[in-house]
Design a protein around this ligand. Structure first.
Ligand SMILES: *Cc1c(COP(=O)(O)O)cnc(C)c1O
Length: 372
């Protein structure tokens, strides 16, 4: 069978809404400064690497992983301060957990409500699952929840699921606690607070699980230095987790990830120290970016900064940075509130310096082009 035949066959049988989707583009990049995906820039010491490899030697790869991931679960509970009364479900990245939430809650007509702009995977995964997704714009000035608009949308849509990233990606701010509580009070269904960046903000609603029957808290190890492991967690009342867990494929967390994450979590002080370094370097980078009058920079409680290029075309600047070996995320065109915006992950001090130099060069080149 030739390739065009396969294409025609696929077009005939694959769901309409999947045919319409563009693929999630993860750009290939072999430049030196990768600041597009909120990875932690700091590797491990050679002593840590040696101890980790020794830890891995105990694994029996001919066996399936521990289906309950017990050693790992204990470490995650400690690190993320999960209340004893709460249950945990682990996912192959929190992306998988979002997918399971959609699969579980997508009764006919059910909807997901998300503030916009937020993490793009919410809308994308809801589409994969065939679940309706409704966006509610954030406040234009500070990107906080627009509470009247949220409450109105909750009343109108009766969403099965509200997804709130706190701190939010890509805006970097934490939605105010008051607005969050009001959403929790009003939502008829489930509210998931996605705390992917909470370790950088130092604030969490994890303890609220015990008081709020409609709250689940999601977390991930991706942004704290373990993106390669693909490991996320969902914490909440047994009533929810028992149902969601039925959808989880057995052994979804492989042995290498379980053992590696459990090992890393035994070195909590090192993990916390690297988070603190990123927070410090974020504030240094923030100040440096603020000192330029051709940029607008928002405050961030996460490990990235949102900037708007005031005089230059963001798509051209993004390409210019890339040509100079620096990869950031171009948000221009992704949402009206993000016109002219780039999202820059905080790197090591050296990487941040290279970014600043490259950005200076690119913006100068853009300015000269405008003058001509
Ligand atoms: C990066 C990110 C995630 C993805 O986490 P994984 O565990 O790597 O799948 C989830 N939520 C938000 C808001 C993120 O920015």
């Amino acid at each position: 069978m030739t390739m065009p035949d396969a294409q025609a066959l696929a077009r005939r049988w694959v769901r309409e809404e999947i045919l319409e989707l563009g693929a999630y583009a993860v750009p290939a990049f072999d430049g030196q400064v990768k600041l597009d995906a909120m990875e932690n820039p700091h590797g491990w010491s050679s002593e840590m690497v040696a101890a980790w490899l020794e830890h891995l030697q105990k694994l029996a790869l001919n066996r399936y992983p521990d289906p309950r991931a017990e050693a790992l679960t204990a470490g995650l509970r400690r690190f993320f301060n999960v209340p004893d009364a709460a249950q945990l479900m682990l996912g192959n990245g929190s992306d998988e957990l979002i997918q399971l939430l959609c699969l579980a809650l997508n009764r006919p007509g059910a909807g997901m409500l998300v503030p916009e702009p937020s993490f793009s995977m919410y809308a994308m995964i809801s589409r994969f699952a065939g679940m309706r997704c409704v966006g509610v714009p954030l406040k234009a000035d500070d990107f906080d929840l627009d509470l009247p608009a949220m409450l109105q949308a909750i009343e109108r849509e009766q969403p099965a699921l509200v997804m709130l990233a706190r701190p939010n990606n890509p805006t970097g701010n934490s939605f105010s606690r008051e607005a969050l509580e009001a959403v929790l009070d009003a939502a008829p269904g489930l509210v998931v607070v996605d705390e992917a960046y909470a370790p950088f903000a130092g604030e969490s609603v994890m303890a609220e699980i015990e008081r709020r029957p409609n709250l689940l808290v999601m977390a991930t190890v991706s942004k704290i230095g373990l993106a390669g492991l693909r490991l996320g967690l969902l914490a909440g009342s047994a009533g929810w987790i028992e149902q969601l867990d039925k959808l989880r494929l057995p052994y979804n967390i492989n042995s290498l990830s379980q053992a590696s994450a459990a090992f890393a979590l035994q070195h909590e002080a090192e993990l916390r120290e690297r988070i603190a370094r990123v927070c410090h370097d974020r504030d240094v980078l923030h100040q440096a970016l603020l000192s330029r009058d051709d940029l607008q920079v928002w405050p961030s409680e996460a490990n990235f900064l949102l900037v708007r290029l005031v005089n230059a075309d963001a798509t051209a600047a993004h390409a210019g940075l890339r040509a100079r070996g620096v990869l950031v995320k171009n948000l221009d065109g992704s949402h009206p509130a993000l016109t002219g915006c780039l999202r820059i992950t905080v790197g090591s001090p050296e990487e941040n310096q290279l970014l600043l130099e490259a950005l200076g060069g690119v913006l100068e080149a853009c300015g000269q082009q405008k003058l001509r």
